[in-house]
Design a protein around this ligand. Structure first.
Ligand SMILES: [Zn+2]
Length: 138
């Protein structure tokens, strides 16, 4: 009889994308759907969103840029009108998250360094290829 409760708690459904049966915990809630969950599991949904974003990256960037420009004045006005409030909250946030922010800054620095290193390696490789091409040319 011990299994009955387990079954009761562990509702599951089959994902429409990866076709794996998973616990409903791994699905996003969707009020519009019959069973109350999205048809795709969370990880498929994430993959799908990413793929869609990559495929349409130009439009996404244009949209974001448009939004940014459209609301520039509004943002500026808000910042001006709420200068002290914003500064107060920023200070509060920085104090409360000092360790986290320090950690993030450090991680970010490492990432940038790694990126630069990778870039300089690529440049070196390109130069080497260039030299080889020239040698072949001669
Ligand atoms: Zn899935």
């Amino acid at each position: 009889m011990g299994t009955a409760m387990g079954i009761f708690l562990m509702e599951s459904k089959v994902c429409s994308r990866c076709l794996v049966e998973k616990s409903t915990i791994l699905f996003n809630k969707d009020g519009a759907s019959r069973d109350g969950y999205t048809s795709m599991c969370k990880s498929c949904n994430r993959d799908n969103c990413r793929a869609h974003y990559r495929k349409n990256i130009k439009q996404h960037r244009l949209l974001a840029r448009g939004y940014y420009l459209e609301h520039k004045e509004k943002r500026k006005a808000y910042a001006q009108a709420n200068k002290e409030k914003i500064q107060f909250y920023l200070k509060k946030y920085r104090t409360a998250n000092r360790e986290y922010l320090r950690e993030m800054a450090r991680a970010n620095k490492l990432m940038i360094q790694a990126k630069l290193r990778r870039k300089s390696n690529i440049d070196k490789n390109l130069e080497a290829e260039d030299v080889q091409l020239k040698l072949i040319d001669v």
